[in-house]
Design a protein around this ligand. Structure first.
Ligand SMILES: [Zn+2]
Ligand SMILES: [Zn+2]
Length: 309
């Protein structure tokens, strides 16, 4: 579910900030901003947000590269209109992890899908991707039918293990343990690699899974990983729910020699302070388990986070 902070959560942040400032005054907006960014915890001064999965990769030759169609896609569509007005080609390459509601719900609100000058190519490991997108816009669920969309829309089913070259970027996918299967995607260009691996359950005792994912994450510059649960949750109450823990994500990235890990797909019931804690615990766990490996940088995702690969 997409989530947004309630009034009381914002009030709590303001109270915490004013208490921390304890009567200090700031010469200008810049000084106040420095205080917020450097002296407050992330959860005190900001929010992780709560849109569902939607990421963008900038770096294709002449198209947008978009990963999943969660609720974040609505804003991405508006931003794309601004960029297209500035000359960006009206071509959208989508790459789908899977077809669960939280990963497709943004598509009916994606403005460029209504633009007859847009071309949309939806890459998926699922042969039923088109059926899933059409179904969520059937009259019983939504007022605007899929066929009413004016963009040129094409579906491409890709095969795990194959190498694809799409608009200047090397692309491959790999199946993951999740209800109705999900796919991890790897994107490579100019010696840099980025892995998007969400909605995947990794079990500690599964040696084959560990080997396969360490190979897929191999020396990646950046890995976005499903870290919805703590290790304790993931092996008890929430075992079999299709998601992983921060601990498993660090273990796989350590084994793969990856450089940076982004904690992703936060539990919607977590508060900003809960996510702060998950982040701090992950940083500590990484340092304790690093041994003689080079450090794995941990980044905690929030809505609008940008990372250069
Ligand atoms: Zn899912
Ligand atoms: Zn999900």
């Amino acid at each position: 579910m997409p989530v947004a902070p309630r009034a009381r959560a914002i009030e709590d942040k303001l109270v915490a900030a004013l208490m921390r400032a304890s009567g200090r005054s700031f010469a200008d907006e810049g000084a106040a901003r420095t205080f917020v960014n450097e002296e407050l915890a992330f959860s005190e001064g900001r929010t992780y947000g709560g849109a569902t999965t939607c990421l963008e990769i900038e770096g294709a030759d002449s198209s947008f590269f978009i990963l999943d169609m969660g609720s974040g896609l609505r804003e991405l569509g508006n931003d794309a209109f601004r960029r297209m007005a500035g000359g960006h080609p009206r071509v959208f390459n989508f790459f789908m992890s899977h077809l669960h509601w939280d990963h497709i719900m943004g598509f009916p609100f994606f403005g460029p899908a209504f633009d007859p000058n847009s071309t949309i190519v939806i890459h998926s490991g699922h042969a039923d991707c088109e059926a899933a997108l059409r179904r969520q816009q059937e009259e019983i669920s939504f007022p605007v039918a899929f066929d009413w969309l004016r963009a040129k829309i094409e579906f491409k089913v890709l095969t795990p293990g194959e190498q694809y070259h799409i608009d200047g970027i090397d692309v491959e996918l790999m199946p993951q343990d999740h209800s109705h299967v999900s796919y991890a995607w790897k994107f490579r260009k100019g010696g840099h690699s980025f892995v998007f691996s969400t909605d995947a359950e990794h079990r500690m005792e599964d040696v084959e899974d560990k080997k396969a994912f360490e190979a897929f994450f191999d020396k990646a510059d950046l890995v976005v990983c499903d870290t919805m649960y703590s290790l304790a949750e993931s092996i008890t109450l929430k075992a079999g729910w299709g998601h992983s823990s921060n601990v498993m994500a660090v273990n796989l990235c350590h084994g793969a020699g990856a450089r940076r890990l982004v904690l992703f797909h936060h539990e919607p019931t977590s508060t900003d302070a809960d996510i702060d804690r998950l982040f701090e615990e992950t940083v500590r766990y990484e340092a304790l388990n690093r041994k003689d490996r080079p450090p794995l940088e941990i980044i905690c995702s929030y809505d609008s986070l940008e990372v250069k690969v």
